[in-house]
Design a protein around this ligand. Structure first.
Ligand code: C5P
Length: 295
């Protein structure tokens, strides 16, 4: 058994997000493109002499102990491994919470992939993803990360080849604007949805071909209808980030982060200059990362 390992937990963005329908179990059926980006939390996993799961976090506003999603993730993966839990988990937080970047899910996924490594056990990606689905809808994708299409409530994933050349991703996070995913879904009004299948596939094709012009035409995120209505600042950020005409700007997940996709750092930095004076945090990232490589 290893004593301590450090696992990165990468954030995600959704270049396309289609909410298809509300299900009898309260969740929504989705079709979405998921892309890992290089902004990451660090998860420090240490084997412990004491039984139990200890969770601490560098950010005091985030719950530690059993209230954190990683606690459930660890419990589930120890059950899969048939090992008595004895681990300390420290989360060094860099991904803002409630920002539509999947930070909590990424931490949980890193724990699910990391604990078997700590105990030097080999587990298949499929088994880890099954554990992830019990913890949260985005978790299965994040166990491997990279690029993928997600279906169902988000837990069914078809992984795709990495883009031939990474895109530059600007993450723009409005300050003091946390958005509850649950609230967004509760307020979502399904529209005329059936005609979106062809636009969805045009957007996915544009993304895979790195055709930002076509992506700008076809990409959509259905959840923008809820979050932008409540937080007009997000709409303003989108407009500013697209102002130089070099990229595509969209809201990620249920918000509040807006991401901009660009071919070059120069284009990205130029777009960022239009945000001057706005109450936002900005991170320059890219799409070159995988959470874990499984063959
Ligand atoms: O699965 P997860 O716990 O991350 O989802 C958080 C909340 O978002 C759920 O409780 C549900 O209200 C909503 N949700 C949904 N449909 C999905 C995913 C999430 O309604 N496909």
């Amino acid at each position: 058994m290893k004593k301590t390992i450090i696992v990165p937990a990468y954030a995600k963005i959704n270049p396309v997000l289609w909410v298809k329908n509300k299900r009898p179990d309260g969740y929504h059926d989705l079709q979405m493109l998921m892309q890992s980006v290089s902004l990451a939390d660090n998860i420090v996993l240490s084997a412990s002499r004491e039984e139990g799961i200890g969770v601490t976090c560098s950010d005091e506003s985030i719950p530690s102990g059993p209230d954190n999603l990683v606690y459930k993730a660890a419990l589930e993966v120890f059950e899969l491994l048939k090992i008595t839990p004895a681990v300390k988990i420290h989360i060094e937080k860099h991904i803002p919470a409630a920002a539509g970047l999947g930070g909590g899910s990424a931490d949980a996924a890193a724990v699910i992939a990391g604990i078997p490594r700590l105990y030097e056990k080999t587990v298949s990606l499929a088994d880890l993803m099954e554990v992830g689905a019990k913890v949260g809808s985005d978790v299965p994708f994040m166990i491997r990360g990279g690029l993928g299409l997600a279906f169902g409530r988000g837990e069914q994933v078809q992984f795709l080849e990495k883009l031939s050349k990474p895109l530059i991703v600007v993450l723009v996070m409005p300050i003091d604007c946390p958005v509850s995913t649950k609230w967004v879904y509760q307020n979502y009004q399904p529209s005329q949805n059936s005609s979106k299948a062809s636009t969805f596939s045009l957007a996915v094709t544009a993304y895979i071909k790195r055709d930002l012009l076509a992506l700008r035409q076809f990409a959509f995120n259905d959840l923008e209808s809820v979050t932008l209505h409540r937080y007009p600042v997000i709409q303003r950020i989108k407009e500013m980030l697209e102002k130089n005409g070099k990229g595509v700007a969209m809201m990620s997940g249920s918000g509040s982060t807006v991401f901009g996709l660009f071919y070059t750092r120069k284009d990205a930095l130029d777009a960022i200059s239009y945000l001057e004076g706005m109450p936002v945090m900005v991170e320059l990232t890219d799409t070159s990362v995988y959470q874990n490589k499984f063959v």
